[in-house]
Design a protein around this ligand. Structure first.
Ligand SMILES: Cc1ncc(C[n+]2csc(CCOP(=O)(O)OP(=O)(O)O)c2C)c(N)n1
Ligand code: SF4
Ligand SMILES: [Mg+2]
Length: 296
């Protein structure tokens, strides 16, 4: 039997109020396994703001500071500064926010914290829409997806703008570490989160987070769909350490249709539209391979 490198100890217990099959539950679970108990979280408005439940019966074993939707970068900067004043060095400060709270409304505060080289980890769990308020499109929603604000069958139709490339935005900040992680690859996930913990400065983790109600899929397929995202190169797994790009899982290179057909949010797409997505994914993958080859 292969021995897992994932710590057995749990810091996210069962009992969160997330939907069945919520990918964000697994993101929190693997993250805290890697970071351990000496962690403080700050969470803005998002699904995870309600998922822990109410004190004293909430499901997380680490302290948690709720903050305003747009303020995660500022909240974690303040937490870090307070710990520094108290001389507490062994606590990892983590901002844990959704895609809307990161690539859209929280971008300014996060950019400021990154630019100041604040010693924190920022985790964006990406379910590709504003799920907590009813599946509205975000800057991280992919081209072609149905959401309640990009309804199919209207003049505008599905989302016609592509997903914001948050990893490149963070790379441009010159931060020491950024990585993508998937709940379908827990070993890779935990290794990257542990590496992030070992590095000083602003670190960024982009976690793909399937959402059964928002993605219109069966909750039992969460991990399978996350795996397909990697295997079709829709969501490549890589890290950028001190500017150097390294792909950590190459994936099988399956057609994107395998990933798209598993989710109702893409069920309206025509064959030419699926081909357009395939072309865009192939181009992004080629670019990533070139970045890895050139070391940037
Ligand atoms: C300033 C402000 N605008 C809007 C809201 C309402 N709101 C709460 S959660 C949320 C959606 C968050 O989306 P995301 O960050 O992607 O996290 P998810 O809900 O998908 O987990 C919104 C719009 C708010 N709380 N504050
Ligand atoms: S709406 Fe999606 S992200 Fe939110 S709790 Fe449910 S499955 Fe998780
Ligand atoms: Mg979201």
């Amino acid at each position: 039997m292969t021995k897992t490198t994932i710590p057995y100890e749990e810091f996210a217990y069962p009992g969160s109020t997330g939907c069945p099959g919520c990918g964000a539950n697994l993101v929190m679970r693997y993250l805290l396994k890697a970071l351990g108990e000496r962690t403080i979280l700050s969470i803005p408005a998002c699904c995870w703001a309600v998922m822990p439940g109410y004190w004293p019966s909430h499901c997380l074993k680490v302290p948690l500071l709720y903050t305003a939707f747009e303020a995660t970068g500022a909240a974690i900067s303040g937490l870090r500064a307070a710990l520094d004043v108290k001389g507490v060095e062994d606590v990892t400060v983590v901002g844990f926010a959704g895609d809307g709270g990161t690539v859209d409304i929280g971008l300014q505060a996060m950019s400021g914290a990154a630019e100041r080289r604040t010693d924190v980890i920022y985790v964006m769990y990406d379910n590709e829409a504003y799920m907590n308020t009813g599946i509205q499109r975000s800057g991280s929603t992919p081209w072609g997806a149905w959401t309640t604000t990009t309804p199919v069958g209207t003049n505008h139709g599905f989302k016609h703008e592509s997903k914001k490339d948050i990893m490149s935005i963070m790379q441009a900040h010159g931060i020491p570490y950024a990585a993508t992680v998937s709940v379908a690859h827990p070993e890779d996930f935990v290794k990257k989160a542990a590496k992030a913990k070992s590095i000083k400065g602003f670190r960024f983790i982009h976690a793909m987070s399937p959402c059964p109600p928002g993605w219109r899929m069966n909750p039992m397929h969460t991990v399978e769909v996350a795996r397909l995202a990697v295997d079709t190169h829709m969501f490549p797994l890589y890290e950028i350490e001190h500017g150097k790009v390294r792909i950590t899982r190459k994936g099988k290179g399956l057609p994107v249709s395998e990933y798209l057909k598993a989710q109702g949010r893409f069920s309206h797409l025509t064959a030419p539209e699926v081909s357009a997505i395939q072309k865009a994914v192939d181009e992004s993958w080629k670019l990533l391979l070139a970045k890895e080859a050139s070391g940037t």
